[in-house]
Design a protein around this ligand. Structure first.
Ligand code: HEC
Length: 196
């Protein structure tokens, strides 16, 4: 259907009139101050995954912390402790609340790891940074994510266990101990999957 080309003067006047009535007839009441306005938290946490089907994932909040802050997971009740333990794998919504009942949330994923893979992850986080961990991307390799470790299992073993073509951690850093090399070997032999 074609629109009318011009609004008639009468309907235009009516529109303006109702605009002034609605905007100018409001009472000047001050809104209550919004205590939560501008409150947001850059929530910082450390988590460990659930290993070997034991539902033993953990979350420890590093920021914000303090006497006036409380925390809850999903629809649980708020608690003062910044630690959550015995977590099954899954996505959790963490809510932090301050003394004015202002809240902020973040989603945290707890993954399911096999015991051998969990050991490999701790070797990597312990020895492959700063070059390939956190912000590191030396030689185009960063091992922060499970997918990057799973994808690169063969060259991780070649370098960190067999020192081929060069040892990792890169010299002059010490090579891994025999015990740590064995953790990688065991995981590779088991099938180098996330649940191994
Ligand atoms: C001090 C920095 C440093 C540390 C620590 C380090 N690397 Fe490296 N890594 C390098 C450098 C530099 C290269 C590129 C030179 C080379 O290939 O030797 C490299 C290359 C690699 C490559 C080859 C990438 C490719 O595309 O072929 C792998 C795999 C690797 N590192 C794995 C590891 C693992 C696993 C660890 C921990 C056990 C580790 N690195 C620790 C510096 C480091």
């Amino acid at each position: 259907m074609r629109k009318t080309r011009y609004a008639t003067t009468a309907s235009l006047q009516l529109m303006l009139l109702s605009f002034f009535i609605t905007t100018c007839s409001k009472k000047d009441t001050a809104a209550p101050p919004d205590l939560c306005l501008g409150v947001n938290y850059t929530i910082d946490y450390f988590k460990t995954e659930s290993v070997g089907g034991a539902n033993n994932g953990t979350i420890a909040i590093n920021y914000p912390i303090g006497d006036t802050i409380s925390y809850k997971l999903n629809n649980g009740t708020f608690q003062a402790s910044r630690n959550f333990t015995n977590l099954a794998p899954g996505n959790y919504i963490l809510t932090v609340k301050n003394q004015n009942n202002c809240t902020d949330t973040i989603t945290i994923a707890i993954f399911a790891y096999g015991p051998k893979y969990a050991l490999v992850r701790s070797v990597i986080s312990g020895y492959c940074g700063p070059c390939h961990y956190n912000g590191g991307n030396t030689a185009g390799k960063n091992f922060n994510t499970d997918s990057s470790v799973l994808f690169n299992w063969d060259i991780i073993k070649a370098r960190a266990v067999d020192n081929v073509p060069t040892q990792m951690p890169a010299a002059p850093n010490a090579p891994l101990t025999a015990i740590d090399k064995q953790k990688i070997t065991d995981w590779v032999n088991a099938g180098h999957r996330i649940l191994d």
